[in-house]
Design a protein. Structure first.
Length: 79
């Protein structure tokens, strides 16, 4: 399904809202979390990934997203 979705269509999809139907926290955290703090730190990591590995912005984001998933998966399995 992902491969059949055009880049133009993907840009129009509100992924937070779409996933928020399943995971309500995605629709609620904005009033609870210090977003600028995390956004700044994540932005720094993206910049480092781009510079150190010469990834473009999208690839850097996808790699960091996958690393975060791997960390989450490892912690989840330890419980």
């Amino acid at each position: 399904m992902i491969q059949k979705t055009s880049p133009e269509r993907e840009e129009k999809i509100d992924w937070t809202y779409a996933w928020g139907k399943k995971y309500l926290i995605l629709l609620q955290y904005q009033t609870q979390v210090n977003i600028p703090n995390y956004a700044y730190r994540l932005g720094k990591m993206l910049d480092e990934m781009e510079q150190e590995y010469h990834f473009d912005r999208q690839d850097a984001m996808l790699v960091l997203k996958d690393i975060l998933y791997q960390v989450w998966k490892k912690r989840k399995n330890k419980r």
